[in-house]
Design a protein around this ligand. Structure first.
Ligand code: GLN
Length: 503
């Protein structure tokens, strides 16, 4: 194995893991062959890392949090992981997640429960909850996750760590088990911004095995800028949560009965909890104190984000999950009458309720004759959201001269991540409907394909509050610069009992 774990680590790991249940598999060592050519000295060499259990690592579990794939081992390794291993990094385990990435708590995992390191009666967030909890408790310096509608940023915010969802296509998805292919990215949960940048530098880039992947275009901001890039004052757009809540509320009254009640419930679910509103205000004050200029922005199309996201995500999921027939891999029933019966039985027993719901919803919105009404409409909203962001940030084509007028130009837009801090379980906590409505702040970056970086703004009432910056396509470097200087003056918090093993 390439990595030896620090002295005292294994008992520390055991104590925490019993409390938080972040891992589906932990080997304590890498199963990867040590790279033949010695890797050059770099920040990731000999560092262990964890990988969400929907990203392939040869000979490790690839359960995707599902009964259907429990005990399945991957025959190959994802490109992103391979790149880290080539630099001398070592996978030490696979982390828990909502089944196939569908959820916001990791409680949709069929394998186990994951608890928040800050308060074990609360969830770690989801769907990359295991990765976030493992980093937050100091069990690994960083972990890979995937973000389709917020699944890196929301658990990062709940656990008080950094979470980067890269630009769509900036990191190869080869080896990521697909949920909604046009929305998702492999990304990073890390203990520090600097580490997040080093991991992103390692995993990004075009890959012949993923035709949607690409190198950063000429003209995009450098990932490692000059000595000033971290402190240079920037214009940061701020989307006021009040403006969103107001826009959502104005949608009520347009329809009757159940729809009206659902719209009202969705509007309520987007309102920020007091502590989150306080954390958001604090982030604004601190960014201003660091010399940045804040500019109020309006993104009127954002209020349609959640319905568009769930239409597109479920449509793609219904197609992507059709491959799980239990014939080539996965758990099989003991007995079946014929192949169709075998598939029916395997899927009935193997998929959880949320996955079944989304497959049904996906086939519903794609039904012939109804595509105009749902799927194509969602695609139009998606275009509107992208144009909305681009009217402030600029588009993805860096060869064009700047099309944004100076009065509106922002280098990043600050948004909340989620309306609540880590929530608890059981009655009185967020319903599955409210959890979906609350994806409003995160899912738009996926619909627009833009990079988004969540970071801990403050701790309020004993729990971390995260905020996020959304940037122009391939401008991860800018977001990391802003957050690195924030972290330098306001170091990120750790839960009680945290021990620092990684420098
Ligand atoms: N909460 C969202 C969902 O349930 C996000 C999922 C994700 O990003 N994988 O779909």
């Amino acid at each position: 194995m390439a990595t030896s774990l620090p002295e005292g680590y294994l008992p520390y790991f055991k104590t925490w893991e019993e409390k938080i249940g972040a891992f589906i598999e932990f080997s304590g060592e890498s199963k990867a062959a040590v790279p033949s050519a010695p890797a050059p000295e770099n920040a990731l060499k000999d560092l262990p890392f964890a990988v969400k259990d929907n990203i392939a690592v040869k000979d490790f579990s690839i359960s995707c949090g599902s009964k259907l794939l429990e005990h399945t081992k991957s025959p190959y390794t994802a490109t992103a992981v391979q790149k880290l291993e080539a630099l001398g990094g070592a996978v030490i385990g696979k982390t828990n997640m909502d089944e196939f990435g569908m959820g916001s708590s990791t409680d949709n995992s069929a394998i186990k429960r994951t608890n928040n390191p800050w308060d074990q009666s609360r969830v770690a967030g989801g769907s990359s909850g295991g990765s976030a909890a493992a980093v937050s408790a100091g069990l690994v310096p960083y972990a890979l996750g995937s973000d389709t509608g917020g699944s890196i940023r929301q658990p990062a915010a709940f656990c008080g760590v950094v979470g980067l969802k890269p630009t769509y296509g900036a990191v190869s998805r080869f080896g990521l088990v697909a949920y909604a292919s046009s929305l998702e990215s492999i990304g990073i949960l890390a203990d520090t911004t600097e580490r997040c940048r080093a991991v992103f530098a390692a995993i990004r880039g075009g890959d012949p095995l993923d035709q949607t992947s690409q190198d950063a275009p000429q003209g995009a901001p450098a990932l490692y800028g000059d000595t000033h890039s971290k402190t240079v004052p920037r214009t940061i757009g701020v989307l006021s949560p009040e403006a969103i809540a107001k826009a959502l509320a104005s949608e009520t009254g347009v329809s009757e009965g159940d729809k009206e009640a659902a719209l009202r419930a969705a509007a309520e679910a987007a309102v920020l909890e007091d502590e989150v509103a306080r954390g958001f205000e604090l982030a604004k004050t601190r960014l201003k104190a660091l010399g940045h200029t804040l500019l109020d922005v309006e993104l009127p199309s954002l209020k349609y984000g959640v319905p568009a996201y769930y239409t597109i995500a479920t449509a793609e999921a219904s197609a992507n999950l059709a491959r799980f027939d239990s014939i080539r891999y996965g758990q099989r029933p003991d007995w079946a009458e014929n192949p169709d019966d075998l598939i029916d039985k395997a899927r009935d027993a193997g998929f959880g309720a949320e996955v079944k719901l989304r497959i049904l919803l996906g086939t519903f919105v794609l039904r012939s004759g109804f595509q105009d009404r749902y799927y194509l409409r969602a695609q139009r909203i998606r275009g509107g959201i992208r144009r909305n962001f681009e009217s402030y940030l600029g588009g993805s084509d860096y060869s064009l001269t700047n099309t944004v007028d100076a009065a509106h130009h922002c280098e990043a837009i600050l948004l909340p991540v989620f309306p609540t801090r880590a929530f608890g379980r059981g009655p009185g906590n967020l319903t599955p409907f409210a959890q979906k409505a609350a994806d409003l702040y995160t899912c738009c970056a996926n619909l627009a394909g833009l990079p988004a970086l969540a970071f801990p703004a403050s701790v309020e009432g004993g729990l971390p509050v995260g905020v996020q910056l959304i940037g122009r396509a391939f401008a991860e470097g800018t977001l990391l610069d802003i957050v690195e200087s924030y972290e330098a003056s306001h170091p990120f918090p750790h839960p009680a009992g945290y021990q620092k093993f990684w420098s």
